[in-house]
Design a protein around this ligand. Structure first.
Ligand SMILES: Nc1ncnc2c1ncn2[C@@H]1O[C@H](COP(=O)(O)OP(=O)(O)O)[C@@H](O)[C@H]1O
Ligand SMILES: [Mg+2]
Length: 228
């Protein structure tokens, strides 16, 4: 039985806005285990991105808490949150993923450099993973010299190289053609075998159906739906 990696405890999120409040989650209690491959689905505006931001400790819950490795995180300082993220979480956002002043390969090397890895070794690792993502020939390009799909693949490579226990991905295959999406997904399956937890928001039904289960968000609640 795998242990629980991340958990939401009575999580509530309301956005205050002058046009009226938006209640995204009323009282969310999720338990996500090590090695789970989870598809986050739901209509546009249902709160998928918001939930991923909360799980990444990038946003404050209105009420409730998030536990990572069985530790409550609400009272963490910003430094502690940064550290927790660096050690445990890789994030692939919908956009604005890459550092614009660095080349594709430098972006991918970044998590290893931050960890204090030797530059030559980091570069070799980055090359390997860029090759798997079929984007090695764009290593020396800066983000603004890459297409949306290419940027996305570089961002995925950067998330994967860090080898964190949790990978949060917001529509990671949104800019990609179906074959490339399937390849990215097969990479997720490999990570699952390594006991990594992957939570990815998607509108792609076929990929969602291949996850261990789906979390369907609507009207402030989440339903767990078995994909298979
Ligand atoms: N900072 C914010 N302030 C107010 N409302 C927001 C904010 N961020 C998102 N929202 C609203 O919350 C809802 C959920 O957004 P989001 O999580 O991006 O949905 P999804 O990713 O499922 O499309 C949307 O209706 C959006 O307009
Ligand atoms: Mg979104």
């Amino acid at each position: 039985m795998n242990k629980i990696l991340i958990e939401t405890v009575n999580l509530k999120k309301i956005y205050q806005h002058f046009n009226g409040n938006i209640t995204l989650f009323k009282n969310l209690n999720l338990k996500i285990k090590q090695g789970d491959l989870v598809a986050l689905v739901g209509p546009s505006g249902s709160g998928k991105s918001s939930l991923l931001h909360l799980l990444a400790l990038l946003d404050e819950p209105t009420r409730g808490d998030i536990k990572i490795n069985n530790i409550f995180t609400k009272k963490f300082t910003d430094e502690k949150k940064d550290e927790t993220r660096r050690k445990n979480i890789s994030i692939i956002f919908q956009d604005n993923n890459l550092l614009n002043d660095f080349t594709a390969i430098e972006n991918v090397m970044m998590p290893l450099i931050i960890k204090g890895e030797n530059v030559v070794k980091a570069e070799k690792e980055a090359q390997k993973i860029l090759k798997k993502m079929k984007i090695l020939d764009r290593s020396q390009h800066f983000p603004n010299q890459l297409s949306g799909g290419e940027q996305q693949r570089v961002a995925i490579a950067r998330a994967l190289i860090a080898e964190t226990s949790l990978i949060l991905a917001d529509e990671p295959t949104g800019n990609l053609d179906f074959n490339t999406s399937k390849e990215i997904f097969s990479y997720f399956l490999k990570l699952k075998k390594l006991k990594k937890t992957i939570i990815f928001a998607t509108h792609n039904r076929e990929l969602a159906n291949r996850a261990d289960y789906k979390l369907f968000i609507s009207n402030g609640d989440i339903k767990r739906v078995n994909a298979r």
